[in-house]
Design a binder for this molecule. Sequence first.
Ligand code: NAI
Length: 335
Amino acid sequence: MSRTICLIPGDGIGPEVSNAARKVIDAACPGIEWLSLPAGAGALERHGDVLPEKTLKTLEEVRLALKGPITTPVGRGFRSINVQLRKKFDLYGAVRPVRSLPGVKTRFDDVELVVIRENTEGLYSGLEHEVVPGVVESLKIATQAGCERIARFAFDYARQRGRKKVTVFHKANIMKLSDGLFIKVAKHIHETEAPDIEYEELIIDNGCMQIVRDPSRFDVLLLENLYGDVVSDLCAGLVGGLGVVPGSNIGKDFAIFEAVHGSAPDLAGQNLANPLALIMSGVMMLNHIGEREAATRAKEAYNAVLAEGNPEQLTRDIGGQGTTSGFADAIVAKL
Ligand code: NAI
């Protein structure tokens, strides 16, 4: 079946891991037409714009993309393209499954949780200004509607996947209005629409301690934007690092799939980055578009390569000595 999907290679390791992911997805699910679209620091150099109009127009038409990481300057420069895309296309729900993997040795071997992050509000609303010299202000936005739809999304997700519990991390003891609204709404959605799913609230500092002590006690985590960003990386550390955690950004009839990791400038251009996180994001995308068999084949193929544990095939972050392209080739060979 022919299907059109946008591919945003992105910056840093983005083009390398995107190539690898595309190879694996094509082997599992032939017939995809990829539209490669520039965005990010590289696009600024080559096209004079971090988010060219053609990229936005094509995304708007196709409404489905696999995206590599994009560099965002720290403390200066352009606003994060990732945040802009999520805002512009209202991709309000980020889904980040965090699972122990065969052959990837970590402190825990029973992690099976999903981080659901609100993607459009909170402190990432971009409302910052200097009040007077030496005093700046960042506004944290929480709306009833935004809290409701992400809470409903989390409970629906839990029910569809047969998951049993949703835990909200918050800091409503300090941010009584914004985080207060987040938990009030989540609790209401639980009571009125999902009483069959267990509900729990934890103050985030305690929640982080509990995750690193015993991640198996968590199932679905529901967090506002900033907490979700931070806790996603924390959870990645439980299962082997940023090279092995995929993600998706879901809106109404629109989805962008991307790894949790960034552009890893320390690895860029060396064919050393782990492509698995983006490959897994591609597998989530195949499931999302109903290509379940292809998704299962790809998943079995990467699990088989991981389980074999041949250091020549695995990248350094998970104990191998291999390359980005070599890892992808080993997965393709299984397919
Ligand atoms: P990062 O995720 O790029 O790197 C953090 C650490 O993890 C580095 O040591 C890196 O080598 C390692 N790492 C990341 N991905 C890896 C992979 N696939 N295989 C092996 N090791 C991997 O985070 P950092 O350094 O904080 O950010 C770098 C840039 O990426 C920044 O400009 C940031 O804004 C951007 N970024 C973009 C994201 C996106 O496009 N969705 C998400 C996070 C950061």
